[in-house]
Each structure stands twice: as C-alpha cells, then as structure tokens.
Ligand binder design. Structure first.
Ligand SMILES: [Zn+2]
Length: 255
C-alpha cells in the first residue's frame, strides 16, 4: 500500500512538473478534421516547409484546445478556432515554443462591435489586464480574403498580444532581444515622425498613432506585402525578420 501511494505521488509530481514546464500542452495534437481545415484554408500553412508545418500544428492545437473561447452572439465553431489559431501560428512559427501564455481567452464577435468606452466601432482589441484577445469574425475573414492589402485584423491584434507578452513576466517573457528592440524602436520613431509630418510613408497613417500601433501595422505589411516592404524599408524589414525569426519575402520567392 505504501509503495502504491509513493508511486501515485511520484506520478502526480511528474505530471505537475510536465504541466508547469509546458511539456503537456506542447504535445497537444490536432484532430484529423482540424488538420484538414488547416490544410484547406490556411495559406501560410500550405506554403510552409514540413518542419514549420509541425510547429504550426502545435501552435494551432494549443490555441484551439488550451485557450478559452467565448462567442458574443455566436457559437465559436471549431473551424473558427483553427483559423484564428493558424493566424497565431503564422506570427509565432519562428519562435520555437511561444504560445502567448498570458492570453488565455479569445472573445469572438460576429461583426464589428461598439466600444463601450469610446462609442466607436471596433474590429478587435487586446485586453492585457484580462488576458483576452477580442476579434470580429467578419473582419477576421475579410483580412484573409484580401491577402495583399496589408489590412489583417487577426495579425494586427495578435501582434499587439505578442508585444505585450514580451514584457509580462510569466516564463515566456523577454524573448525579443533588447538590442533588436532598441533598433526597432529607433527605426519606428523615425518612420512615425515621417507619418506625423505627413511625409510619404510606406505604411498607412494609422501606424503613426504610437509605438504599439506602429508594430501591429508593420506586422500586417510584413505578411501581406513582404516584397514591397523589404524594397521600401529594408532596415525595418530586416529587424522585423530578426524579431519574428522568419522572412516571408524569401518564402514567397521560393514558392
Ligand atoms: Zn491596434
């Protein structure tokens, strides 16, 4: 009996250690139908190399199975979770084990929704204090329906989440090297200055709002217009490649 209790305790401890190290949720698997949805609809997954595909599947599985999904006026279908997970995978694939741990919850609206504080309409937002990412499904789909217009609310909000995640101490923080961040901030300041002075910029005006919006908008251009971005702002592009550990322009040329 004593041996059984000891064995049980050892197993419990091993489980706890695995769970707290992230080992358990890193080994999550997609179901056959989830993988089929991913393969059928996610362009970034279709274009990825085999090694990246495996990493992307793990990210999607974590998003689908380990995050909480709340629909406001709609039921969040499994396909919706897979596609938003695929968007996260597109952004995070370069980092070997990043899953935006702090953000435990996705809240999905069917369409753009009214912001209670400002009264304005929103397509999505990130609420770091609540560990929540909010997305309008209609706008999310539109973002991927127009793959070359550099408007993608999914990538935009997830980029905000990534930016926050880097500075929230939770064992998954400070994955963006400070030297690179400093370089990025200097380059961002310069380009925001141009936008605010109404000088021609590669980015839309909204990027001039503040450093967080600049990063989120830059990520949209990074994935939807990588060749043009690299041509127009090679230094910004190179630093973003290093921060996200991937190069969509190179992937595009190879495909
Ligand atoms: Zn934003």
């Amino acid at each position: 009996m004593g041996i059984l209790i000891t064995l049980g305790l050892a197993l419990l401890l091993a489980f706890w250690a695995a769970a707290s190290s992230g080992l358990l949720w890193r080994t999550r698997r997609l179901s056959a139908s989830e993988r089929a949805t991913l393969a059928k609809y996610a362009i970034s997954y279709q274009r990825a190399h085999a090694k990246d595909k495996a990493r992307m599947e793990r990210i999607v599985a974590t998003m689908v199975h380990d995050k909480e999904w709340l629909g406001v006026g709609l039921e969040v279908a499994d396909e919706m979770k897979v596609m938003i997970g695929a968007c996260a995978a597109q952004l995070l694939v370069g980092h070997s084990d990043l899953v935006l741990k702090h953000f435990e919850r996705f809240v999905i609206y069917p369409d753009s929704y009214r912001d209670r504080r400002t009264g304005g309409m929103r397509q999505g937002e990130v609420r770091p204090a609540a560990g929540t990412i909010v997305i309008s499904w209609d706008d999310f789909v539109n973002g991927y329906a127009h793959t070359r217009d550099a408007h993608n609310v999914g990538l935009h909000e997830l980029a905000h989440a990534l930016w926050f995640e880097n500075s929230i101490v939770n064992g998954e923080d400070h994955f963006l090297p400070p030297v690179l961040l400093q370089r990025w901030n200097t380059l961002a300041e310069a380009e925001m200055g141009r936008i605010r002075a109404q000088a021609p910029s590669f980015f839309r005006d909204y990027a001039g709002t503040n450093a967080a919006e600049f990063f989120a908008v830059a990520v949209e251009y990074f994935f939807e217009q990588p060749l043009e971005f690299r041509e127009a702002l090679p230094e910004h592009y190179a630093v973003l490649c290093s921060l996200l550990k991937q190069d969509p322009a190179a992937t595009l040329v190879l495909n």
